[in-house]
Ligand binder design. Structure first.
Ligand code: NAI
Length: 275
């Protein structure tokens, strides 16, 4: 299905690690919609090599960059503009990582050096991407930047650990940089708050299957998959959403508006718990 929504647009897509990655699905859809783009990931992630397969399918180039390193981001934007032949129209920031989550450290006993890393990679990196782009004037007017968030920014999900703080900060950067970049260059910045999705980052959170199944049973439409997230990104990158900025938009099958669903009521009525 193509509507040529991104025909003639140039992009940078951060975060495609393997075919399960949300960024992978976004890249495939962006290609279908007529965009040309550069794929970027950290040098360590490129060792996995899957991204080169995606590059082949989407006829795109891969440029390594640690998203926390300003000089690497500067090179990435300069090289991308040279390769694609002009300013960038859309950026996908689909990056997240917590060493505390990876190592299973309890939230009340966080390692603070790891926490700094979590915030730097998962939230401050969006600020760095935007700051570099603004300094280089690398994003065209009405350009669109999208990042991926999770509802743990607003509510407690007990094992999401310091990623919850990272997502809260990420959404705050969306709003605040969205103001400044909007005034200066009419660049739009939004976040998509996505359902639990089976990816490397997602399944790294302890109890992921419970997150996934609970959200699925709670949401009237069920969990939103990564393909639907990619569709939403097409809309956000396109001119159809040109007056939308500084928003956190839920792609979650209705989960964020729910208290309890009949499916969960039925499950708990007969469970014998607390009786
Ligand atoms: P993923 O593991 O496929 O993607 C995470 C990406 O971040 C990887 O490509 C990884 O290489 C990249 N990355 C980590 N450190 C980096 C660095 N220093 N420099 C550059 N890239 C770096 O997993 P997924 O799920 O596609 O994650 C994408 C985004 O979606 C993340 O922000 C995640 O928090 C968010 N999200 C995921 C959900 C899920 O259940 N999978 C739910 C809601 C949001």
């Amino acid at each position: 299905m193509t509507n040529n929504l991104l025909k003639g647009k140039r992009g940078i897509i951060f975060g495609a690690l393997d075919e399960n990655s949300i960024a992978w699905k976004v890249a495939l859809r962006a290609k279908e919609e007529g965009a040309k783009f550069v794929l970027s990931n950290s040098p360590i992630a490129l060792r996995k090599k899957d991204i080169f397969e995606l590059a082949k399918i989407t006829e795109s180039q891969v440029i390594a960059a640690d998203i926390t390193e300003i000089s690497e981001l500067e090179d990435l934007f300069e090289e991308s503009m040279a390769l694609l032949g002009g300013k960038i129209d859309f950026v996908l920031h689909s990056v997240g990582m917590s060493p505390n989550v990876r190592k299973g450290i309890h939230y009340t006993e966080l390692d603070y050096d790891y926490m700094q890393k979590t915030l730097d990679v998962s939230a401050i990196s969006l600020h760095k991407v935007l700051a570099v782009a603004k300094k280089l004037d690398a994003i065209s007017e009405w350009g669109s930047v999208v990042t991926l968030s999770y509802i743990a920014a607003q509510r407690v999900f007990s094992s999401y650990s310091d990623m919850a703080q990272a997502k809260a900060m990420l959404e705050s950067i969306v709003r605040q940089f969205g103001y400044h970049y909007g005034v200066a260059k009419k660049v739009r910045i939004n976040s998509v708050s996505q359902s639990p999705t089976r990816t490397t980052a997602g399944t790294g959170v302890s109890g992921f299957n419970a997150f996934f199944n609970y959200a699925d049973a709670m949401s009237p439409l069920g969990n939103a998959d990564s393909k639907s997230c990619a569709d939403m990104c097409m809309f956000l990158f396109s001119d159809l959403s040109r007056m939308m900025t500084m928003q956190n938009l839920y792609n979650d099958g209705g989960f964020s508006s729910m208290g309890i669903s009949n499916k969960l009521i039925e499950q708990y009525i007969n469970c014998g718990c607390g009786e």
